[in-house]
Design a protein around this ligand. Structure first.
Ligand code: SF4
Length: 502
């Protein structure tokens, strides 16, 4: 067998030198790389750009792409191929557009689905000089998710560790591709495997850990009630078992060192489940990204998310998280057909009133793999930028890429972009952030809260939404500076002797 070196690359146009969350997939694929190929070289371009000179003929370069970084990924693929490497693309975008990865990224092979088990087969075929054009990794079961190779993490670069506890989401939101790609059946990982990884991260000094799940609350009280109503004993038993595993996991997390803090993603229905919220608090799951999406009932209906509440009921639900010590990172979508200019102010005002600690305001974007995209692609008969059809907008260089794609009944694209930018500006005014920082007690924690809020806004709003390139460059510089300072506040002294709790 020919000796080859494996390179794993997370593409990005912007490098900040320091990153918030460890890109888990890189370290999972490193774990999936058999020892005979040596230690993979890992390049996360959010830290520093890929250097093609590091690649030798016969090496394998694995590139993971989603829609937002696909164009940069293709440039990396071409560079790697010019160096004589085998180029393999994976990730959700390569799953959806394998031909594009082959044509524009010069891929020898594409991998769809989960890479955990199939990656060793891809490498063996490359080593034999005969990779297949396509591999299907399928959806691996929770007990076969691989733990990440955290021993390969570079020192002093990341703020938070990331551990996955479940893949898949039973919902079917129209703007989201998770339920189509990861499936609607929750695939939960065993408690021991999760705790083992958390302990490894804490040993290294990470005390903030993201539970990088599609939906940490896959079984709702309404699901249980529906199964009872249908007198579906088998389904009820399956759901009860899944729910119990969540409680078992949270119980074990609660027995870890008490300086550990967890964050996750969850649906708003958890607010109606006080037992679950209490268990989250005990496990020190202090924050959760909640997809609020819209503050109006019509907006929620438009995105198939009418299991969420709107108006005052929404305020009450969001406040329930806070009352249980779970801070909400609220995610809101602007540009829905039901939105009006006054919706922007109403949304930030509601977010403040509901006690949302951190918020993101995203513009409605039809992402491939979603119901919205399929509908939009069908309706979009013309339109292009520099010869690239709008339906392949991710191939338009980012400086020329439109920010809004869906025609709106009463607002222009620029109006939506401008009002979205203002919503960020309003929500992240320093006095407002300082006021919200009261959600933590010590001065150090409040300063950390302010810095992370500012960092979040610089990294996302000013580089993702702003059209002004000077503002983007300034924001990237500021983000780099803030990130270095903030990292020191998140990291704790290593605990190399830490043992797993029973
Ligand atoms: S947006 Fe959230 S709740 Fe909806 S399908 Fe996606 S992961 Fe599930």
């Amino acid at each position: 067998m020919k000796l080859l070196r494996v390179h794993l690359i997370n593409p990005s146009d912007l490098a900040f030198g320091t990153a918030v969350i460890t890109p888990r997939w890189l370290y999972v694929l490193a774990a999936a790389t058999p020892a005979e190929y040596g230690t993979p070289s890992i390049v996360d371009e959010t830290l520093e750009p890929f250097d093609p000179v590091s690649v030798a003929p016969g090496d394998v370069v694995g590139i993971g792409i989603h829609t937002a970084n696909a164009l940069r990924g293709y440039a990396v693929g071409r560079q790697a191929r010019d160096r004589g490497a085998f180029v393999v693309f994976g990730g959700i975008h390569a799953t959806l557009f394998p031909e594009e990865a082959r044509e524009l990224g010069r891929a020898h092979a594409t991998v769809s689905g989960d890479g955990d088990l199939i990656w060793s087969k891809v490498l063996a075929d490359c080593a034999a000089g005969a990779p297949l054009a396509r591999y299907d990794g399928g959806r691996v079961e929770g007990d076969t998710f691989l733990p990440a190779r955290w021993d390969l993490l570079p020192a002093d670069k990341y703020m938070w560790g990331s551990v996955q506890t479940v893949r898949g989401c039973p919902k079917h939101c129209s703007f989201c591709s998770v339920w189509k790609t990861d499936g609607q059946k929750p695939r939960q990982r065993g408690v021991d495997a999760v705790v083992r990884e958390v302990v490894e991260l804490r040993r290294k000094g990470f005390r903030f850990v993201l539970l990088a799940d599609d939906n940490f609350y896959p079984v709702t009280l309404a699901d249980l009630a529906a199964a009872r109503r249908r007198t579906d004993g088998r389904q009820l038993a399956t759901l009860m078992a899944l729910r119990q595993e969540r409680f078992d996991l949270m119980d074990r997390l609660s027995r870890l060192p008490d300086d550990l803090v967890f964050y996750t993603q969850i649906t708003m229905e958890a607010a109606e489940d006080p037992d679950f919220l209490t268990a989250m608090r005990r496990a020190r799951i202090r924050g959760a990204l909640v997809g609020v999406e819209s503050v109006t009932a019509e907006g929620l209906k438009a995105v198939y998310k009418d299991f969420n509440d709107a108006g005052e009921a929404l305020v009450t639900r969001l406040q329930a998280f806070k009352a249980h010590g779970v801070h909400v990172l609220g995610s809101f979508i602007f540009g829905l057909p039901t939105d009006r200019p006054e919706t922007f102010n109403a949304t930030t005002e509601l977010a403040q009133r509901a006690g949302v600690s951190v918020a993101q305001f995203v513009m409605l974007t039809p992402f491939p793999g979603t119901v919205d995209f399929a509908r939009w692609e069908k309706e979009q008969s013309s339109g292009s930028v520099d010869g690239v059809p709008l339906t392949r907008y991710w191939l338009i260089p980012s400086a020329r890429r439109p920010k809004v794609y869906t025609p709106h009944p009463v607002m222009s694209a620029e109006e939506i972009r401008d009002l979205t930018q203002r919503a960020w500006d309003r929500f992240y005014r320093l006095p407002a952030v300082w006021e919200r920082s009261k959600c933590v007690t010590s001065l150090r924690a409040r300063v950390t809260f302010v810095l992370i809020s500012k960092l979040y806004r610089q990294m996302y709003a000013n580089t993702g939404i702003a059209t002004d390139s000077a503002r983007q460059a300034r924001s990237a510089r500021r983000a780099r500076l803030i990130a270095r300072t903030v990292r020191r506040l998140f990291i704790a002294a290593p605990m190399p002797e830490l043992q797993e709790p029973c």
